[in-house]
Design a protein around this ligand. Structure first.
Ligand code: NAI
Length: 396
């Protein structure tokens, strides 16, 4: 079929297998161009098919020759309907890993469920024996609790009072003011249930109970802080409460890992265009201004550069540097005073008329479409393309 982008709001409902493969191979090439990292050798990644999780899987495999198991929730292709991009990304990743003799297997299903945890445990027992790192990079709007069956929905709302600010429709470049009503107590609890640390802890407990964690085991989950500008809707909003919970959970997990001398980390990463961040009001405008400033200052990074820096300069060195709250920071360049000052100035000036000049809307759009395998110069989007692509380790 001829595969073209079809967008619905902040999501693209088609994806291109060759473009996704290109995006994966670009990331692999980046990692291969760097020195090898003395990192973990048997790695489980939850949320391994897109964004930071995919970059983590690629960095482990191609930076440290690690065997990787990836868990994710993606839509397989069917006749006349493309898969979701994470499916094609994983198909491409496994093929590249296999070519280099690297073990790579994947599990597609709800990581919050007991069934997928059991399936993963069985696979580790059969193939790897133990793992030495768990990357937890899940981003989901909903979670069905595996014990109670209750389905929680996360929200992106301010706490206490209404929040009004500018936002952009990145397809049209139109800047509008939006107001978001404050959340209820229930919204906070629900968002923590979905994006807080409980499921991360459940994964670690389940693996530990089966004696699947090697000594010196490490686990890392990803968080975000961001500037004052986005605080009401992010760090001091419902999602921020979930991130607070996730960050606290790192300490509880570390306590539970004493007998394997293990450690749980949270890494605070920079704002990037991913399927998840596109859904958050105000953030796309912030990102398009941030990209402009970070590019002008020569400090822009994508997911793969971020994770490479996390592994090579934070996680896998003798003494992992952390902030006063115990978190690893690879958002340090985003949060630099000079960068934030420039972004704040641009924020004041940003209107529909000025944005294409003062912001990197083009960069935002390109990265957005790249997430779905579109807008790569090397791909012929007019060519008839087979949408049915299998992931080698997943039997259909
Ligand atoms: P993403 O949307 O690119 O990736 C989410 C991953 O989770 C995908 O692999 C998806 O298949 C998987 N997933 C979703 N629901 C699932 C389920 N029920 N079962 C199994 N897998 C499921 O997201 P992104 O942006 O890479 O986010 C990953 C983490 O990084 C999140 O915790 C996010 O808050 C954090 N982060 C993101 C930043 C950003 O700007 N994008 C900045 C800093 C942190």
């Amino acid at each position: 079929m001829i595969i073209e982008p079809k967008t619905r709001g902040f999501i693209c409902i088609t994806s291109h297998p060759d473009g996704c493969a290109k995006s994966v191979s670009n990331q692999i090439e980046y990692i291969k161009s760097k020195d090898k990292i003395n990192g973990a050798k048997k790695v489980l990644v939850i949320g391994a098919s897109t964004g930071f999780g995919l970059a983590s899987r690629i960095t482990s495999a191609f930076g440290s020759n690690a065997a990787t198991i990836g868990v994710f929730f993606e839509k397989p292709p069917s006749e006349g309907r493309t898969a979701s991009s994470g499916w094609y990304n994983t198909a491409a990743f496994e093929k590249e890993a296999n070519k280099e003799g690297l073990y790579a297997k994947s599990i597609n299903g709800d990581a919050f469920s007991h069934a997928i945890k059991d399936e993963t445990i069985a696979l580790i027992k059969e193939d790897l024996g133990q793992i030495d790192m768990l990357v937890y990079s899940l981003a989901s709007p909903v979670r069905t609790h595996p014990d109670t069956g209750i389905r929680y929905k996360s929200t992106l709302k301010p706490i206490g009072k209404k929040y009004t600010n500018k936002t952009v429709d990145f397809h049209t470049g139109e800047i509008k003011e939006i107001s978001i009503e404050p959340c209820t107590e229930e919204d906070i609890a629900n968002t923590i249930a979905v994006m807080g640390g409980e499921d991360w802890q459940m994964w670690v407990d389940a693996l530990k109970n089966e004696n699947l964690l090697s000594s010196n085991f490490k686990t890392v989950a990803y968080s975000y802080i961001g500037p004052k500008l986005t605080e009401p809707v992010y760090r001091k909003g419902t999602i921020g409460k979930a991130k607070d919970h996730l960050e606290q959970t790192a300490f509880t997990i570390t306590d539970s890992l004493k007998d394997v001398n293990g450690k749980a980390y949270v890494s605070v990463n920079k704002a990037l265009v991913t399927q998840s961040s596109s859904a958050i009001p105000v953030i796309p405008l912030y990102i398009s201004l941030l990209y402009k400033v970070m590019k002008a200052n020569g400090v822009q990074e994508g997911c793969i550069e971020q994770i490479h820096r996390l592994y090579s300069e934070r996680l896998f060195i003798d003494q992992t540097p952390t902030d006063t709250e115990g978190r690893i920071r690879v958002d340090d360049w985003e949060m630099r005073d000079d960068i934030q000052e420039q972004v704040s100035k641009l924020w004041e000036q940003a209107t529909t008329e000025t944005l294409s000049e003062i912001g990197d809307l083009e960069g935002y759009r390109t990265e957005f479409f790249n997430l779905f395998g579109f807008n790569f110069d090397e791909i012929n989007y007019k060519a008839d393309t087979n949408e049915i692509v299998e992931i080698p380790s997943i039997k259909s």
